[in-house]
Design a protein around this ligand. Sequence first.
Ligand code: HEM
Length: 398
Amino acid sequence: MNSLLLAANTAGYTTPQLWRVLTKTGYFIGLSGAIGLTVTYATTVRPALRSAEKAAGSDTGPGADAAVLRSRSATSLAWAGVVLLVAGYFQLAARVARSGKGMPFGDALSPARIRDFLQAPAAKGAWIAQGTVYLLQNLVLLATAAALTALFVPAVRRHTDRVALAALPAALAVTLVAAVPTTAPADLDRWLDLAFDQTHIVSGTVWLGGLALLVALAGTRGRLGDGAGLLWADIWRRFSLVAMVCVGAVLVSGLWLSWKHVGAVSQLWTTGYGLALLVKVGLVLGLVTAGAVNQFWLMPRIARARRADDTASLRHLTLHHFPLVVWGEVVLGVAVLAVMPFIAGSARTEAGSAKAVSSGSLFAAGAALVVALAVSLYATAKASDALARRPAGVRAAA
Ligand code: HEM
């Protein structure tokens, strides 16, 4: 990565320090765990488990499989709480280090320094002190981590659904509270910066955290019954909708952020900021391609096996093939988060181009793009359905 950045005209680019890279990546891994796992549990896993349990008794095949998956979900959520807590502490120390010019990161880890930072008085014109905003954020983070880690306790695990649903809004608040501006945003662009930044964070973390939860759950396959493929087909079907919404939101918000900081396409390879962004977008394209393989290749095959009551194929596709692709996606996702701290500063500043100011034509182009993206995602879902309905003869030729 470093040599790649050095290849560009990086006079105005400062490579972030190692502690900054580790704390930023760690923080977003922590958020992916807390936000991604709770949202995916609520929107995908819980409804699929409930419908499997409704269709069967609690200790026959599907009911027993649901119990195994609920227990693994609880363990995953509990670990997400631990990761959030650790990542939150280091992220807070990183904020302290950045606030004191030249403060070594090691010094910023001290509770006394952190206390001073959180209690610093408000700046002139601010309606609230920045330290107070971070204090609130970290109290919410503590509460979220406490609720999630409580799932290690057997008595709490009996209420996994309730704990996960309560932790979901709290996990979202961890990022949203930190974004509360201490002075009124100067114009519409500043408001949009805040909105798109949070949209980017939430959709990106839901997508990556969701993938991570599902590979963790697929790891239980040795303990699941022969008929578990049916339950898993339902899980993948539900998650594919969540993932598609996240892809749309990540792309639209990512394009806004890119436009803010990159003044011309050539800045993608002539500036350090642009190069880091280019590497990240390449990794995201890998993720989108894997998602397309799932939509156009795996989902239709799963639907056909389901229709044909082919239990063995259904199990193989949903519990072997699918998790393999998703493992690849998780690796790419971690790489995206590892590259993200290098997208620092601004390509516009490096290249000396004008600051981004929105205009009517930018919003018109943005609206056209949103419509085009929505249409193509809708077409993807429809094409995937149509492939699923193909008769067996056509399938062999496909
Ligand atoms: C899996 C997909 C993605 C994930 C998980 C992700 C995640 C993130 C995160 C966590 C941040 C840091 C936000 C902050 O510190 O406030 C970020 C920043 C950024 N992302 Fe993404 N992102 C993804 C895809 C994309 C795509 C496709 C683009 C471009 C089209 C993009 C463009 C950007 C830009 C330009 C920034 C930097 C904003 C700045 O300099 O402040 N991202 N991303």
